[in-house]
Design a protein around this ligand. Structure first.
Ligand code: ADP
Ligand code: MG
Length: 714
């Protein structure tokens, strides 16, 4: 790589195979390939897992049993032998100025060569005492080699490939050396790194792999992590703007008669937050480009009403609305709510003498009979059905909409980008329907910015007036559990109703069902804690018709208690239910528990939630405590993110997007926001990034292909 050529871009580095580096034979190349390291870029993006700060190094004389430390020592002797079980055992003795230490390694035959007499090594591990002497078993070994700096990078190593951290470090060092002459290009606008107090790209790559100080390594990490976040935000903001510019949508009339009539007919006043959301959505709908909005709000904030307004706006303009729910029970319930609230509405119809006809709403789920399904499908195709509510069935092959205007997705199970695209593609030819996505529970702001950063956001940050706090307690032992059942009986005696939710058992529907069935039998059977009460049972194996029947019995207060699996998890709305009992609550996640708890406290009646069972892990304990301490969904979402990390929040949507290696939505919150700001700033000035070709090129190189495809397809 001769000097004089321009600095190396990521694309250049990606085009250079690792085999071009020094000391890399075919075997090593294959080993690296197993770690997905094929190019120099892959290698430079294979970041250290941690660092050894040699200022914190221990002396052998000071070692204490079981305390994790690292020492730097010289190899006095080493030998390998086979154990009786035909494992390889490497034994060595090392020393420093203060003492001697024995090392034992199992199944790492390659170490015998590495630990040649006279070599200096870094050992990271926990000393133990074995037959009277101090010993380390399987410590991490790093050959210092020419890396005599104060800070030593330790790489993730793989037993499978046998690649050691020092070998990776050697290759990385070699790669960095080879980049010296031309330098590594910085894709950011020249003034930006200084403004953000971040090192330039080349310094950051050098600093993360070969830092002089711990501080240098952390600045380097920040810079590279910022780059990851910026690429993602640029993509999200760009996609959002692209959709706004390049897709033709429908312009729905705002403030139509249907919406007004619906709102004024409600048995309650809308909260200010609902009003705000509804009017923002109306503005979106009136615009000629399609809406693409996320509606967030805590459990019970009243998202459904907002969604119905959007669907009605579509109908008002002569189009259709679709509401996609994650479960059949919920789809069924949404349908009932609609029929109740909109049953006597009529819609404009020029072809009739009266110029109106009754509003037609249909339910469409997989378990519907063939005849019913055909009728619903025909109604959608010819435009006689105005609003359809359903599950995944709404995007099934072959379903035609005459003129789909607004799509609402209730996103408990996080339909992926693709599924949304499919539903939106069902719009009238060449126009894209307006889209509203609702989350079941709040997600933290920075996470939303990353996962839903291409959507506009509305937040219902206010609960309807008169809601009472749901008293939550944790019933850990049998004594407390007995009190729970007493509380259920007391509530029922006052004319209220209760839910008892049984947990999912190891993804096995069969076990799941049996746990609910057994709990049902135990509670309602002779001598059971709830004997004499009217108890119903609901789980996934019960045929839909019967499920619906049981749900209606509960709604109509023909049942006092509903024992169920998590089929009621989302959205079920029975205002007279005031007690929620969750069995084996430690198995549930925070969001799920909060969601379940939100099933009660829906009216003015005092309500309570009981979390039953021991916590099996410290995290489970932390989750249950969080629920007891707070009923603020936004706060709980932050706690959840802290406990679980981002993996689960990213979910489907991020699957296959592997550009976030360093960034953590939890640790790096300010950086997410900063990246968003900078992305907007850059795109305001240069919408298609034509003046930032290096950035654009890098995004194309590093972001998921499906994402790019989506951008092209819209
Ligand atoms: P979520 O946001 O959890 O989906 P829902 O839309 O199911 O909440 O609404 C929860 C309950 O609150 C429903 O029974 C609904 O009719 C009622 N509700 C909605 N908005 C209001 C309001 N402004 N005032 C009183 N009750 C409301
Ligand atoms: Mg809901």
């Amino acid at each position: 790589m001769p000097a004089g050529d321009p600095p190396l871009s990521f694309r250049d580095l990606d085009a250079i195979g690792v085999e071009r580096l020094k000391n890399l034979g075919p075997k090593r190349v294959a080993a690296l390939a197993e770690l997905e390291i094929r190019s120099v870029l892959d290698l430079l993006q294979h970041y250290p897992r941690r660092y050894l700060d040699r200022t914190r190094q221990a002396r052998i004389a000071d070692l204490a049993i079981d305390e994790e430390v690292f020492v730097v020592a010289c190899v006095e002797r080493s030998a390998s032998r086979r154990t009786r079980r035909r494992r390889t055992l490497v034994e060595a003795v090392v020393s420093d100025d203060t003492g001697r230490l024995k090392l034992v390694f199992f199944n790492q035959p390659w170490l015998e060569q590495s630990l040649s007499v006279g070599r200096t090594v870094v050992l990271h591990g926990r000393p133990s005492r074995y037959q009277g002497a101090l010993q380390m078993t399987n410590p991490v070994v790093d050959l210092v080699g020419d890396r005599t700096g104060r800070v030593i990078a330790v790489y993730p190593q793989s037993e499978k490939t046998g690649l050691r951290t020092w070998q990776i470090a050697d290759h990385v060092a070699n790669a960095l050396d080879r980049c010296e002459a031309r330098g590594i290009a910085d894709p950011l606008p020249a003034e930006l790194p200084a403004r953000l107090k971040l090192p330039d790209r080349h310094a950051a790559l050098a600093g993360i792999h070969r830092p002089e100080t711990m501080a240098e390594s952390s600045r380097a990490r920040q810079r590279l992590m910022f780059d990851e976040l910026l690429r993602l935000q640029l993509r999200l903001v760009q996609r959002k703007r692209w959709l706004e510019r390049n897709t033709a949508g429908l312009s729905h009339p705002s403030g139509g008669e249907l919406v007004d009539r619906f709102v004024s007919g409600l048995p309650f006043r809308l909260t200010d937050a609902q009003q705000r959301a509804i009017s923002v959505i109306a503005e979106d709908l009136a615009k000629p480009h399609p809406m693409h909005r996320l509606l967030q709000g805590d459990v019970g904030a009243g998202k459904t009403v907002v969604a119905l307004c959007a669907l009605l706006a579509a109908v008002q303009g002569g189009h259709q609305g679709a509401l996609m729910a994650p479960t059949e029970v919920l789809a069924e319930q949404h349908h009932q709510t609609m029929v109740k609230l909109l049953g006597d509405f009529s819609v404009p119809d020029e072809s009739r003498l009266t110029a109106t006809r009754p509003l037609r709403m249909e339910l469409l789920t997989a378990s519907l009979g063939a005849a019913e399904r055909r009728s619903a499908a025909q109604g959608l195709e010819c435009g006689q059905v105005d609003i359809v509510v359903g599950t995944h069935a709404l995007i099934s092959e072959g379903l035609q909409y005459r003129s789909l205007g607004v799509v609402v997705i209730d996103e408990q199970h996080r339909f992926g980008v693709e599924q949304r695209a499919v539903l939106r593609a069902r719009g009238p030819r060449s126009v894209t329907p307006d889209l509203l996505v609702m989350t079941a529970t709040p997600i933290p702001r920075t996470a939303a910015m990353t996962v839903y950063g291409d959507l506009d956001m509305s937040t219902l940050d206010e609960l309807p007036a008169g809601r009472v706090r749901i008293a939550t307690s944790w019933a850990r032992g049998p004594l407390e559990e007995a009190q729970v059942w007493a509380a259920v009986r007391a509530a029922v005696a006052e004319g209220r109703q209760a839910y008892v939710v049984c947990p999912l058992i190891e993804d096995s529907e069969a076990l799941d069902v049996s746990s609910a069935a057994q709990t049902f039998k135990r509670l309602s059977g002779e001598g059971g804690e709830l004997a004499g009460l009217r108890v119903g049972l609901l789980h996934g194996r019960i045929p839909s018709v019967q499920k619906e029947a049981t749900m209606s019995l509960f709604r109509d207060h023909q049942l006092d208690v509903l024992v169920s699996t998590t089929v009621i998890e989302v959205g079920v709305d029975v205002a007279n239910a005031t007690v929620m009992v969750v069995m084996d609550a430690g198995r549930f996640g925070i969001a799920q528990l909060h969601q379940l708890r939100g099933r009660v406290g829906r009216a003015q009646f005092a309500s309570s939630c009981y979390l039953v069972g021991e916590a099996a892990t410290p995290e489970a304990e932390a989750r249950l405590r969080a629920l007891v301490d707070s009923d603020d969904g936004f706060h709980l979402a932050e706690v959840d993110l802290d406990l679980r990390g981002e993996g689960t929040i990213m979910g489907e949507r991020q699957k296959g997007r592997n550009d976030l290696r360093l960034a953590s939505l939890r640790r790096d919150k300010e950086w997410v926001e900063k990246a968003r700001e900078i992305a907007v700033e850059i795109l305001d000035d240069d919408p298609d990034l034509s003046r930032h070709p290096a950035l654009a090129d890098e995004m194309e190189l590093l972001l998921d292909e499906r994402e790019s495809e989506f951008l092209l397809k819209g």
